[in-house]
Design a protein around this ligand. Structure first.
Ligand code: PEP
Length: 255
């Protein structure tokens, strides 16, 4: 059985003090549930202090991006070896990186290989724009993005990564995909995994939904058999709403 994941993408929010405070608040609210994997993805400067404080809390930590090279003249970048020991996961190909910082399918693929080579787990984001959605190009866009991101990976590598389906039109807009649509597209992602790597790998790899997920809709989203969790932006910045999403997910999985 795939363990559900609630991944909070804090984006460029929070100082170190604010990040520590938010993590402590979430811990007070949720406690030690082992049913749901709780992943916090703060700005990279917060990873080290958070790691120290959350070592005895049930959180995993994720970075929001990294470079594919190990070191070199890449001012402002962070490499996979730098994240070893600080992060468990690295979010790659988020639509904000694709739209605002020139991330392409090719760089996402290079980063995915680099992250895996350093024993970190990628969370690869894919998603169609509003225009692609309206032109009926959702399936072809998602298929192309998943295939490109996973190009050259072996079965074992694919099982250790997570794919997040995040329709761009749903991110930060308050307009989430319906649970049914989100479930269908996550099902499509799983079918692509099956085609590329076989049924066992497809059955073991987690697929998340992201895009205006919140306490009100997370229950229906998590009822979908092909959805294994959520990548959460806005609602992860408030301890109570994130905690509530963890609790609801735990209920869906325990009952
Ligand atoms: C995200 O940034 O990955 C995201 C899903 O944001 P939000 O939940 O705010 O739509």
């Amino acid at each position: 059985m795939r363990k559900p994941m609630m991944a909070g993408n804090w984006k460029m929010n929070m100082t170190v003090a604010g990040a520590l405070d938010l993590a402590r608040q979430i811990y007070r609210l949720v406690g030690d549930t082992s049913v749901v994997e709780q992943l916090l993805c703060p700005p990279s400067v917060c990873l080290h202090p958070l790691k120290a404080v959350t070592d005895d809390m049930p959180f995993l930590l994720g970075a929001q991006n990294c470079h594919w090279q190990e070191s070199g003249a890449f001012t402002g970048e962070i490499s996979p070896p730098m994240l070893r020991g600080l992060a468990d996961y690295v979010v790659l190909g988020h639509s904000e990186r694709r739209q605002l910082f020139g991330e392409t399918d090719e760089t996402v693929n290079k980063k995915t290989h680099a992250v895996l080579a350093h024993q970190l787990n990628p969370i690869v984001c894919v998603g169609e724009s509003l225009e692609q959605n309206e032109r009926g190009e959702t399936s072809s866009t998602i298929t192309a993005q998943v295939r490109a991101a996973l190009d050259g990976l072996n079965d074992e590598q694919v099982q250790s990564l997570v794919i997040a389906y995040e329709p761009i039109w749903a991110i930060g807009t308050g307009r989430a995909a319906t649970a049914q649509t989100a479930g269908d597209i996550c099902g499509l992602v799983r079918a692509i995994l099956r085609e590329m790597h076989g049924a066992a790998v497809a059955g073991a790899t987690r697929v998340l939904y992201g895009g205006s997920a919140k306490p009100d809709n997370i229950g229906a989203i998590m009822e979908q058999s092909d959805i294994d969790g959520a990548l959460i932006g806005g609602a992860s910045l408030e301890a109570e709403s994130y905690a509530e999403m963890v609790r609801i997910t735990a209920r869906v999985y325990s009952g």
